[in-house]
Design a protein around this ligand. Structure first.
Ligand code: ATP
Ligand code: MG
Length: 691
C-alpha cells in the first residue's frame, strides 16, 4: 500500500508541497491524497536542507504515526525517517513535559494515568463509590480541560448545581494529580500549552527547534490542541519573528470527534489567525472506484456544507456497492466470513486477495466479539483495532502498574495496584492505615514506607511486609534503569515475574486453568514486546524509539493503546471501529450493522439530535471512503438491544447513498455511452501526449 518513492503528485498536491515559506491548509475530501502531501512535503523539506529533527509531523493516532514513518522511510531512508519528530499531539506533549515540565513542578519521570486510574482518583476525590457518577465527572472535567478551563475557570463557569460539584471535585482531583506527580491524557496537551505560554524561553526554544510543523486530520483537533499548534509555530500577528511555516491538512466532512471536544471552528479560525494562509483544495480521489465514491458523495451531501467540495475518481465504475441482509448478528458474522472466503478464492482474471486486504468496520466496540468468534472458527487471522486493547486487560494493567511505580515512586494509584498484584500478605486494612499515615505526613504511599515513625502507626508484621516490598521495588528499579538490550531485558522481566510468583497468582485468581493460561500468554507477549523495544526496535509513537532501558520503555507505556502498534505489518484481516479506521484504506471493506440505532447510533441516553446525526453521517462517510475496490453494507433484520432482540430497520444512510440510482446509471444504454466515451478518450490521448 505504500507508494513507490518515485510516485507522482498532481498539480494541486505539488502546490501544497512546494509552499514551504508560509502557512498552508489543504482542505479536501477523503482519499484525495492529503496524507500523501504530508509525506511528500517532508521529503521535499529534507531535500531543501531542513534537518529531520526540525520537522514535526503530527498525526491523530500512534498507528497513523507508525504508518507515516513507514511511508517516509520508503522515500527518504531509514535514518532521516527515524529522526523526524513524528507522533501524536499527546506524544509530543510528553516530550515537551519530560524536557521542560520541571518549570511546572513536574518531575521528568511523571506518570500518565489512563482512564481507569482517573476514575479511581475521581472516586476518591469526590468521596463516592458510584462508578457512573465518577464517569460523569470524568467526562465533564475532560470537556472543561479540552476547552482550556482550569478548576478556577470551571468553578466560575459552572451554572447548574451538579456542575458546581464537578468543579469542586476537579480542584481536588488536580491537587491529587499534582501530589502523585501524574497527568491525565488531557494534561498532555494542556500542560505543554501552559508551559509554552508562561515561559518565553521554552517557547522560543521549541519554535527554533521545529522549523516546519505538519499536521494531519486537523479537523479533529480540539481547542487546546489548536492553541498548542499556535504556540509551537508562533503567532502570525503578535510574534516577534512572525510565525513559522506550517502545513495543516484535513476534511471537515470527516470530523468525527465532536463528542470528545474536537471542533471544526479551528478550520474556520485558521485563515483568520493566519491571514497569509495558502488554501489548497484537492478534488481527485485516488482511492476508490466510481461506485463507492458516488455513494460517499451522496451520503455526505445530506449534511450542510461548511466548505463545498467536489470529488471525482478516474478508477472506473467498479463493482456496485453490495447489500448484505442478515437475520441477526451471528448470521452477519457468518456472511462476513463467506464474503472474505469468496474474495480470497479470487474471481477470474483477478489475483486472490490477501487477508490484509479486508476490513470489517462497525460503529461500536461490542460489535467486534461475534466477528472475532466467527473468524476464529474459520481460522482466519485477524487483529482488532480501536477496541478493548491489549493494555486494558487486567494482567497487563497489573504489570504496567509495576512499571509505572518504578518510573515514578509517587504514583499512588500504581502503588496500590502493584502492591496487591500479587497480594503479599498486605491487606486492605494495612493499606488504608498507610494511606492515612501518608496523608498526615504529606508524602506518597511509597515514601511513607521508609518514614521512621511508620512503626507506630501499623502493626509490626505489616510494616515489615511493606518495607520488604519497598526494598524489592527499589532494587528492581535500579536494575531496570541499568538494563538495556532485548535479551538482558527479557531476563530481567522473566526473573521479576518469577520472583513475585505472578503465574501462580493468575492460576489462583482464575477458576479455569485455560483462562489463567491465556492470561499468562498475554503476559509473555507483553514481556516480549517490552524486551524488543529495549533493543531499540522502531517505536510506533515517535517517543519510545529513544527508549532503550527497561525504565525508559516503561515511561511511555501508558501512551500505547494497542500491542498492534508494534508496527507489525502482519497479513491479517482488520476488525475496527469506524473511528479507529480514519485515514486508512483497504481494497475490500464491509460495514457491519448499518441499521438505525447502530449507525446512526442512538440510545435512550443519546437520542439522535440534528447535530449528532450530522456527526454520525460523517462517520458513515468515513466508513464508505475507506474502501478501494469493493464495499459491502450489511444490515440486520433483528438485532440485540441489551438482553432483548428487537426488529431492526436499515440505516437511513443507505437510502441517502442512492444505490439504486447508481445502478440505473449503468443500465445498458448508459453503459454503451460510457464505453464509447472511454474509447474516444483512449484514442485521443496518445495524440495529445505526443510533443
Ligand atoms: P483520508 O481523507 O481518508 O485521510 P487522504 O486525503 O489522506 O485520505 P491519502 O491516504 O493520502 O488520502 O491517499 C489516498 C490514496 O491515494 C493512497 O493510496 C495514496 O497513495 C493515493 N494517492 C494520493 N495521491 C496520489 C497521486 N497523485 N497519484 C497516485 N496515487 C495517489
Ligand atoms: Mg489521510
Amino acid at each position: 500500500m505504500s507508494p513507490p518513492a518515485t510516485a507522482t503528485l498532481n498539480a494541486a498536491q505539488l502546490r501544497a508541497v512546494h509552499h514551504t515559506r508560509g502557512p498552508c491548509l489543504v482542505l479536501a475530501g477523503a482519499g484525495s491524497g492529503k496524507t500523501r502531501v504530508i509525506v511528500h512535503k517532508i521529503a521535499h523539506l529534507l531535500r531543501g536542507g531542513v534537518e529531520a529533527p526540525q520537522i514535526a509531523a503530527i498525526t491523530f493516532t500512534n498507528k497513523a504515526a507508525a504508518e507515516m514513518r513507514e511511508r517516509a522511510r520508503a522515500m527518504v531512508g531509514g535514518r532521516a525517517a527515524q529522526a523526524l519528530v513524528l507522533c501524536t499531539f499527546h506524544a509530543l506533549g510528553v516530550r515537551i513535559l519530560r524536557e521542560h515540565g520541571e518549570a511546572l513542578g513536574l518531575k521528568p519521570r511523571f506518570s500518565i494515568l489512563d482512564s481507569d486510574d482517573v476514575l479511581a482518583v475521581l472516586r476518591d476525590a469526590g468521596g463516592t463509590t458510584d462508578a457512573a457518577q465518577a464517569r460523569r465527572w470524568q467526562w465533564t472535567i475532560s470537556r472543561w480541560k479540552n476547552q482550556g478551563l482550569t478548576a478556577d475557570g470551571a468553578e466560575q463557569a459552572a451554572a447548574a448545581a451538579d456542575e458546581r460539584v464537578a468543579a469542586r471535585v476537579m480542584r481536588r482531583y488536580e491537587e491529587r494529580l499534582a501530589a502523585y506527580q501524574a497527568t491525565d491524557f488531557d494534561d498532555l496537551i494542556g500542560l505543554p500549552l501552559k508551559l509554552l505560554r508562561m515561559h518565553d524561553d521554552v517557547r522560543q526554544l521549541w519554535q527554533q527547534r521545529l522549523a516546519h510543523v505538519l499536521i494531519d486530520e486537523v479537523q479533529d483537533t480540539n481547542a487546546v490542541q489548536y492553541e498548542l499548534l499556535k504556540a509551537l509555530v508562533g503567532d502570525a500577528t503578535t510574534g516577534a519573528r512572525g510565525a513559522n511555516p506550517f502545513t495543516a491538512v484535513g476534511d471537515d466532512d470527516q470530523s468525527i470527534y465532536g463528542w470528545r471536544g474536537a471542533t471544526i471552528d479551528n478550520l474556520k479560525r485558521l485563515p483568520q489567525d493566519y491571514p497569509a494562509l495558502e488554501v489548497v483544495m484537492l478534488e481527485q480521489n485516488y482511492r476508490s472506484t466510481g461506485a463507492i465514491l458516488r455513494a460517499a458523495n451522496h451520503v455526505i451531501a445530506a449534511n450542510p456544507k461548511l466548505f463545498a467540495k467536489k470529488l471525482w475518481s478516474e478508477l472506473g465504475e467498479g463493482e456496485p456497492v453490495k447489500r448484505i441482509e442478515c437475520d441477526n448478528e451471528e448470521h452477519e458474522a457468518e456472511r462476513a466470513v463467506a464474503w472474505i472466503q469468496a474474495r480470497r478464492a479470487g474471481t477470474p482474471g483477478d489475483a486472490p486477495a490477501r487477508w490484509r486486504d479486508f476490513a470489517l468496520l462497525y460503529r461500536a466496540n461490542h460489535q467486534a466479539k461475534v466477528f472475532e468468534q466467527a473468524l476464529r472458527r474459520a481460522q482466519m487471522p485477524y487483529q482488532v483495532s480501536g477496541g478493548q486493547s491489549f493494555f486494558d486487560r487486567a494482567e497487563i494493567k497489573d504489570l504496567c502498574a509495576w512499571l509505572r511505580l518504578l518510573v515514578n515512586n509517587d504514583d499512588d494509584p500504581a502503588f496500590l495496584r502493584a502492591v496487591t498484584a500479587p497480594k503479599r500478605g498486605i491487606g486492605h486494612q494495612s493499606l488504608a492505615a498507610l494511606g492515612e499515615f501518608a496523608a498526615k505526613w504529606k508524602v506518597s504511599l511509597f515514601e511513607a514506607l521508609f518514614v521512621e515513625s511508620l512503626g507506630g502507626a501499623l502493626p509490626r508484621k505489616a510494616v515489615d511486609a511493606l518495607r520488604e516490598y519497598g526494598r524489592f521495588v527499589n532494587d528492581l528499579e535500579y536494575r531496570a534503569r541499568h538494563t538495556t538490550g532485548t535479551e538482558a531485558a527479557r531476563t530481567l522481566l522473566t526473573g521479576w515475574l518469577a520472583d513475585i510468583g505472578y503465574e501462580q497468582h493468575l492460576h489462583e485468581g482464575e477458576d479455569r486453568a485455560r483462562l489463567a493460561e491465556a492470561r499468562w500468554a498475554n503476559v509473555l507477549e507483553f514481556v516480549d514486546w517490552v524486551a524488543r523495544r529495549c533493543g531499540g526496535e522502531a517505536g510506533a509513537d515517535g517517543v519510545a524509539r529513544e527508549a532503550t532501558s527497561v525504565l525508559q520503555v516503561a515511561q511511555t507505556i501508558s501512551l500505547m493503546h494497542s500491542i498492534a502498534e508494534r508496527g507489525d505489518d502482519a497479513d491479517v484481516v482488520t476488525l475496527s471501529t469506524l473511528h479507529a479506521a480514519k485515514g486508512l484504506e483497504w481494497p475490500h471493506v464491509m460495514l457491519a450493522g448499518v441499521n438505525e440505532g447502530l449507525l446512526p447510533f442512538a440510545s435512550e441516553a443519546e437520542p439522535v439530535t440534528a447535530q449528532r446525526l450530522e456527526e454520525e453521517r460523517r462517520l458513515m462517510y468515513v466508513g464508505v471512503t475507506r474502501a478501494q475496490r469493493t464495499l459491502a453494507l450489511s444490515t440486520l433484520k433483528r438485532r440485540k438491544r441489551g438482553r432483548d432482540t428487537v426488529a431492526a430497520q436499515p440505516s437511513r444512510f443507505i437510502a441517502e447513498m442512492k444505490l439504486d440510482e447508481a445502478r440505473a446509471k449503468v443500465d445498458p444504454r448508459e453503459r454503451l455511452k460510457q464505453l464509447r466515451a472511454e474509447l474516444l478518450a483512449k484514442t485521443a490521448r496518445p495524440a495529445e501526449a505526443e510533443p
